[in-house]
Write a protein that binds this ligand. Structure first.
Ligand SMILES: O=P(O)(O)OC[C@@]1(O)O[C@H](CO)[C@@H](O)[C@@H]1O
Length: 368
């Protein structure tokens, strides 16, 4: 892509993405290895991935992988070099694909289709306490639900700081188009399972019940990735935990064709939405509004790049095929749309406010 700032890479010691490769991923891999009855071959494959990603060079998927050719094409320029030298977004997406290979997720046998992150999702849900939220607060509940990111928590190097506040807030504009009886066709691109998808479903129910939305399509991941990203099974788990009346309305909306799940292989591809394939771009273009949830979707929306944080959001999101709003807690470096005053005040705190999920944002580009 021309005219965009340089991509964020993870090869600079002391930076946030550097720590993801040095600390978060090795810890996560060891947890996954030890939580399952994996045979020695799988345990060794997980350990080999840990060694490769920390001190080795990136290697391709085996020829037996169904998507070997696709990843080979995408990865040609990165294979043979240390993992942190590749763009951070690229390398993380490939890391999660390689993990599924190590645990034989796509291979016929006892581990086929077994979500390697399920034990973390289950453990987390045991702590879930339902909250009663109504009206416009549902948007904020869905936003802060994004704290429920188990990949992020696997870092375990988080400060015990409570949520502080919004660094940008376009919610008034968003509610002005999400008005009662607006009858919009919405796409919601989900992020995490557990408390986040539960809050998303509660918001979706409200939008459908008030006919703000005529239809909602909830886009989820085609297979497990980024630890807690929601797949179909996680939506079904969430339906069991929502109040019965919400679940009943969502089931009725689904039966009536007003609420549907969708997915796309591109959601696990290592690229920003600038590279969305034509069919997915057409889906975004056809929607009256796309709601993108979470940090990773934000990085994929604006591009995981060294943007000056005061770049207007509408400039960074200008290319997106239709009206878009992003609900994100700040867990990585990419950031646009701040005023000079906000940026100055946050930087003056001396805190790692961009990457510790203490802050969040609601940014929208509603014009076509
Ligand atoms: O998309 P989410 O769940 O909000 O966050 C994804 C995430 O955990 O992955 C990256 C680091 O590995 C960061 O972008 C972020 O912390």
């Amino acid at each position: 892509m021309t005219g965009l700032p340089p991509e964020i890479r993870s090869n600079v010691p002391g930076t946030y993405p550097y720590g993801v490769w040095r600390r978060r991923h090795p810890r996560l891999l060891a947890q996954i290895r030890d939580a399952h009855l994996y045979p020695p071959a799988i345990r060794d494959a997980i350990d080999a991935l840990s060694d490769e990603t920390t001190d080795g060079v990136m290697t391709p998927l085996p020829r037996t992988a169904h998507d070997h050719a696709t990843w080979n094409g995408w990865g040609r320029e990165h294979f043979g070099a240390p993992w942190p030298d590749a763009p951070f977004l690229w390398a993380e997406a490939y890391f999660y694909r390689r993990l599924l290979e190590a645990v034989e997720y796509f291979r016929p046998g006892p581990w086929a289709g077994v979500d390697p992150f399920d034990f973390l999702k289950t453990e987390d849900l045991e702590k879930y306490a339902p909250e009663h939220v109504e009206g416009e607060a549902l948007l904020l509940a869905s936003l802060w639900g994004n704290l429920n990111d188990l990949g992020f928590k696997a870092g375990a190097d988080l400060p015990e700081t409570a949520a502080v506040g919004l660094v940008a807030d376009d919610s008034t504009e968003v509610w002005s188009i999400l008005r009662p009886d607006a009858g919009l066709a919405l796409v919601v691109v989900a992020d995490n399972a557990g408390a986040e998808i539960i809050a998303d479903l509660a918001l979706i129910d409200h939008l459908l019940a008030t006919d703000r939305a005529r239809t909602v399509t909830l886009h989820i991941k085609p297979h497990p990735t980024f630890v807690s990203d929601a797949v179909t099974a996680d939506v079904h788990t969430a339906l069991r935990l929502l109040p019965a009346e919400v679940t009943d309305r969502l089931r009725a909306a689904s039966a009536a064709g007003r609420f549907a799940l969708a997915t796309h292989a591109f959601y696990c591809a290592p690229y920003s939405y600038h590279h969305a394939p034509a069919d997915l771009a057409a889906t975004f273009a056809a929607a009256d509004l796309t709601i993108l949830k979470g940090d990773l979707n934000y990085r994929r929306l604006v591009g995981d790049r060294h943007w000056p944080a005061t770049t207007p959001f509408v400039t960074a999101a200008a290319y997106f095929p239709g009206p878009v709003v992003t609900l994100r807690t700040l867990k990585s470096d990419a950031l646009v749309g701040l005023t000079e005053a906000t940026l100055g005040a946050l930087d003056a705190t001396g805190e790692a406010w961009r990457t510790t999920a203490t802050h969040a944002l609601i940014q929208a580009r509603l014009a076509r």
